[in-house]
Design a protein around this ligand. Structure first.
Ligand code: ZN
Ligand code: ZN
Length: 333
């Protein structure tokens, strides 16, 4: 049903690619992150709630079609539908039914509750292509409200010491999830890096309730930011923009922060383990829930997951992506 090509996964029966990493005629997209949705394709198809994010990334000229979750479309000799993946706003698993049975491509997903997006929905299939970003037994997440409570007390402690708190987080998904979760326990505005504004706006238009945000740049020069919480993409770390923040304490939010060595090596004051990916138990539960006899693991720790599944008697292999050699584009989700 799906074959690996130089542009990524291709479905000959429907003549479309799934999350291609090079321009193609028809791209079917799981979600709006940069390693799944690349610019330059002639047309895009995604879930309805994903479309505004793609539109913001690709501009007004791009041809973007969308469809509601669960509604099947006939493409060539296949039936294609999108099902919630619980990863970020509009994220979807793609179900393809055709002569070779039912295939589901998970895209990125998580099972933990996230108020900014629709919860993951298990879909029965014959072949399940699962992400495996955190496919090792060491990766297990605490509930998000526990992590958020921790973040709030860190912010309060920094306020008392006259420090600015800066949290580095992914621009699409993680930032909005933090702003939504924080709105449940705090009522203060948060400062953000200018790069975060467009996607925060898309989430607000989609009805996601978040803390008020202002940009750091809009604060008059010389204003002290002591006691404020600032969200910024990891790429802003160490740039001249940081000088505006004054004395600060910094943190990274990522599943990677589960690993002490990574925390130390990257030299953040704090690591908050909050991820938009499935942890190890969630990967295994999900694979079981699909009922699939054949599992293809992709992204991150694919080999250990595939090996574990083979030991359990499942047919399982690894599929590499174009991102594998770049140190993982999913680092900060
Ligand atoms: Zn993603
Ligand atoms: Zn990804």
């Amino acid at each position: 049903m799906l074959i690996e090509t130089a542009q990524g996964l291709y479905c000959p029966d429907g003549d479309f690619h799934v999350d291609p990493w090079a321009p193609v005629a028809r791209a079917v997209i799981t979600h709006a992150h940069g390693d799944h949705a690349r610019p330059g394709s002639s047309s895009y198809l995604c879930a309805d709630r994903c479309a505004p994010l793609l539109r913001r990334r690709f501009g007004s000229e791009a041809i973007i079609e969308s469809t509601p979750y669960g509604q099947g479309l006939t493409i060539g000799s296949t039936r294609v539908s999108f099902h919630p993946a619980g990863h970020i706003l509009g994220s979807a698993q793609i179900r393809i039914e055709g002569a070779q049975g039912v295939w589901v491509i998970s895209g990125d997903y998580k099972r933990a509750p996230d108020p900014t997006c629709e919860p993951f929905e298990p879909v029965r299939c014959d072949t399940f292509i699962t992400e495996s970003t955190f496919g090792l037994p060491i990766y297990r997440w605490d509930p998000a409200d526990v992590v958020i409570a921790d973040m709030l007390s860190w912010w309060d402690a920094n306020r008392e010491r006259g420090l600015t708190s800066i949290v580095f987080c992914y621009t699409i998904g993680k930032a909005q999830r933090l702003l939504d979760e924080l709105a449940r326990v705090a009522d203060r505005p948060v400062l953000v890096h200018g790069m975060m504004v467009p996607m925060i706006e898309v989430y607000r238009s989609a009805g996601v309730r978040m803390l008020d945000t202002h940009t750091v740049i809009d604060r008059p020069r010389g204003t002290s930011l002591a006691g404020e919480l600032v969200l910024a993409p990891p790429s802003a770390r160490g740039t001249p923009w940081m000088r505006r923040l004054g004395d600060l304490s910094d943190a990274l939010t990522s599943g990677l922060m589960r690993v002490r060595g990574v925390r130390r090596q990257r030299a953040y004051d704090r690591g908050f383990v909050i991820s938009d990916h499935a942890d190890w138990p969630a990967l295994l539960d999900t694979i079981t829930a699909t009922g699939a006899g054949r599992i293809v693991a992709t992204h991150g720790h694919a080999e250990p997951l595939a090996r574990f599944l083979r030991e359990q008697g499942l047919e399982s292999r690894v599929m590499r992506t174009a991102w594998e050699d770049e140190g993982g584009a999913d680092d900060y989700e």
